[in-house]
Design a protein. Structure first.
Length: 120
């Protein structure tokens, strides 16, 4: 199995990028866990509505605008992921600095593009 990924801002709506990312991650055989406001399932992935203490997270991919991210800074840092991906519209220099301070890598990139070009 590939890199265990947490999708933050997961949506049940099929047209949302977070939803597309979950499907594409699963198609590429990555283990996926997801956090969102509404419970449900995308592909074979349950969307959790509580911040769970996931173990072994390689990548956190964000689908929350910068104003909403601050509530999750400590949680994401506490998971000790290897990297955080800031998808288009989620760019957040304040969070970049916090991640740097905790030696967590980050990328300003699109998860869908990274997967499509085998750069994930």
């Amino acid at each position: 199995m590939g890199k265990k990924t947490l999708v933050v801002g997961a949506s049940l709506k099929a047209g949302r990028y977070s939803n597309l990312a979950i499907n594409k991650l699963r198609n590429h055989e990555h283990e996926v866990v997801a956090f969102g406001i509404k419970p449900g399932q995308v592909s074979d992935v349950d969307i959790d509505t509580e911040l769970l203490p996931y173990e072994g997270i390689d990548t956190v991919t964000l689908y929350l605008n910068p104003r909403r991210q601050s509530a999750y800074y400590d949680y994401i840092i506490g998971l000790k992921p290897k990297r955080v991906i800031f998808n288009p519209g989620t760019e957040n220099p304040e969070f970049y600095q916090l991640l740097k301070d905790h030696n967590i890598a980050f990328e300003v990139a699109c998860t869908l593009v990274l997967l499509s070009t085998n750069q994930y």
